[in-house]
Design a protein around this ligand. Structure first.
Ligand SMILES: [Zn+2]
Length: 110
């Protein structure tokens, strides 16, 4: 293999390698979990990347937690203040916590 071929090959390979490294850095690892706590005890852990609706029932308390497109929100609740329903959805970009005080319910990312 002469020098010219090595240079051409290098020019082809280097961008591919850089591209692979960039993809690896830019795409976040999709292992984020959604954790639902009631009274500080884990009720359930769910993947943030699997769309699903979780109905959390604890005696007369009822919350509906929806995981959709990498975002989590409380879509329904029979609590008095509805703060959990009005809370903005949480996601990797907004990793906060949704709390339903009357139901002692916490939804957070892990
Ligand atoms: Zn609530």
């Amino acid at each position: 293999m002469n020098k010219k071929k090595i240079i051409i090959l290098s020019l082809l390979i280097i961008p591919i390698v850089i591209g692979c490294i960039l993809i690896y850095i830019l795409i976040p690892a999709n292992n984020t979990k959604v954790e639902i706590l009631i009274n500080n005890e884990v009720y359930g852990t769910y993947s943030l990347y699997q769309d699903q609706t979780i109905i959390v029932e604890n005696k007369e308390d009822r919350n509906v937690v929806e995981i959709k497109n990498g975002k989590v929100s409380v879509t329904e609740s029979n609590c008095a203040n509805q703060i959990c329903v009005n809370a903005s959805a949480i996601s990797n970009d907004n990793p906060s916590t949704i709390i339903c005080m009357p139901h002692h319910l916490v939804v957070q990312l892990k």
